[in-house]
Design a protein around this ligand. Structure first.
Ligand SMILES: Cc1cc2nc3c(=O)[nH]c(=O)nc-3n(C[C@H](O)[C@H](O)[C@H](O)COP(=O)(O)OP(=O)(O)OC[C@H]3O[C@@H](n4cnc5c(N)ncnc54)[C@H](O)[C@@H]3O)c2cc1C
Length: 305
C-alpha cells in the first residue's frame, strides 16, 4: 500500500515521490541511510510546489545536488529530500553569459563554456557535482571560485518565498554562501565569462584534470576534501605529518594518496567516517595545536526512524 503522506505530497506537488530511498546511491561516498521521501523535480515550479506541500504537511525539507560533498548518517533523513539533478539541468549559452538550471553538472558547464570559447570557468573542470551545490558551497580550486562568476541567481526558500540574488546578495565566502546559511534553494543562475581561445581553455582543462588525477584518490568513493583549509596551513600536510595517512576505522580510511580525503574502502558506514573525522581532529589538535573544521556537510540521523 502506498504511504499516505507520499500520496498527499504527490497530489499537492504533482511530482513523483519515492519512499524510503537509500541515499547511499545518491552520494559520491556511497554511504547513507534512507530518505523518508525523495523527489527529483523536473521544473522550478515543481520545486516550489514541493516546498509548499512539505510546509503544509509539516515535513522537514532537505535539498541536495549530486551528493559529492555530503555525508549522510546511517539512520537516513527524515521528511522530504529534494534532489536537484538531471531533471533540472538546462544550459543556455548567450556569450559571454551562461544561464543554467542548478541541477546541471559543473563538468557540463565547463564543456559548454569551452565549446563557445568562453574563459573563466576552467578552474572548476574537475569539481564534481551540480551548479547548485557549487553555488551553495562557493566551490573553488586553483585560485578560482564559482561565486566570482555569478551575475544572478534565482532561488526559493523552504517557506515558499522566491527571490533573485545579485552577486553581492549571495554572501559568498570560503565554502559558504547565503544559500547554505539561510536555506535558499538555488534554481537557476547566470554566470558571466569572457571571450577566450578554445584550444587554451581545453589545454587548461587537461592540465587541471591531470593534476587532480596525480594527487587525489579519484578511483575510490569519497566526498573530496574532508576538512577546510585552516588559516595559515593546509589540512592534508597537517594530517599527514601527524602520521595519519592510511588510518582506518571500519571501512573508512584516510587516503594514502591525499591525507585530506577519507575514502570508503567498501562497506564503510557514516559512523565509521565520523569516528575517523573525530580521531583525525583530535590527533591534529594534539600534534599541531590546529583545530580542523569539516568541509563535508553531515546530514541525517544516527538511527533509523
Ligand atoms: C573527488 C572530489 C573532488 C572535489 N574537489 C573539490 C574542489 O576542488 N573544490 C571544491 O570546492 N569542492 C570539491 N569537492 C566537493 C564537492 O564536489 C563540491 O562541494 C560540489 O560543489 C558539491 O556539489 P553537489 O551537487 O554534489 O552538492 P551536494 O553535495 O549534493 O550538496 C552540498 C551542499 O549544497 C547544498 N545544495 C545542493 N544543491 C543546492 C541548490 N540547488 N541550492 C542550494 N543549495 C544546494 C546542499 O543542501 C548541501 O548543503 C570535491 C568532491 C569530490 C568527491
Amino acid at each position: 500500500m502506498h504511504d499516505p503522506i507520499a500520496t498527499k505530497l504527490e497530489e499537492l506537488s504533482a511530482t513523483p515521490i519515492a519512499c524510503n530511498q537509500p541515499l547511499a546511491a545518491y552520494t559520491s561516498f556511497r554511504i547513507g541511510g534512507p530518505a523518508d521521501y525523495l523527489a527529483s523535480p523536473t521544473s522550478a515550479d515543481q520545486v516550489g510546489s514541493l516546498v509548499r506541500a512539505a510546509r503544509d504537511l509539516s515535513l522537514p525539507v532537505t535539498f541536495m545536488g549530486q551528493g559529492t560533498n555530503l555525508l549522510v548518517r546511517d539512520g537516513g533523513v527524515r521528511g522530504l529530500v529534494i534532489r536537484l539533478g538531471p531533471g533540472l539541468a538546462r544550459i543556455d549559452v548567450n556569450p559571454p553569459r551562461i544561464r543554467a538550471e542548478t541541477g546541471a553538472k559543473v563538468r557540463d558547464l565547463c564543456e559548454a563554456a569551452a565549446e563557445h570559447s568562453l574563459t573563466g570557468l576552467e578552474f572548476a573542470v574537475g569539481i564534481p557535482g551540480t551548479l547548485g551545490g557549487a553555488l551553495a558551497m562557493n566551490a573553488g580550486a586553483y585560485g578560482g571560485s564559482i561565486g566570482d562568476l555569478v551575475l544572478e541567481v534565482r532561488a526559493v526558500r523552504t517557506d515558499g518565498e522566491s527571490r533573485v540574488f545579485g552577486r553581492d546578495d549571495c554572501a559568498f565566502g570560503y565554502r559558504t554562501s547565503a544559500f547554505r546559511a539561510e536555506g535558499w534553494i538555488a534554481l537557476e543562475a547566470t554566470l558571466g565569462l569572457a571571450p577566450g581561445d578554445a584550444d587554451a581553455i581545453r589545454e587548461r582543462h587537461r592540465d587541471y584534470c591531470a593534476r587532480r588525477r596525480a594527487s587525489q584518490p579519484l578511483d575510490a568513493p569519497s566526498a573530496g576534501s574532508v576538512f577546510k583549509r585552516p588559516a595559515g596551513h593546509f589540512a592534508g600536510p597537517l594530517i599527514e605529518s601527524a602520521g595519519l595517512k592510511g588510518t582506518r576505522i571500519g571501512g573508512a580510511q584516510v587516503s594514502e594518496k591525499h591525507a585530506n580525503f577519507i575514502i570508503n574502502t567498501g562497506g564503510a558506514t557514516a559512523a565509521d567516517v565520523l569516528a575517523l573525522i573525530d580521531l583525525v581532529t583530535a590527533r591534529v589538535l594534539e600534534v599541531h595545536g590546529v583545530r580542523l573544521e569539516p568541509e563535508v556537510i553531515v546530514i541525517g540521523e544516527d538511527h533509523a526512524a
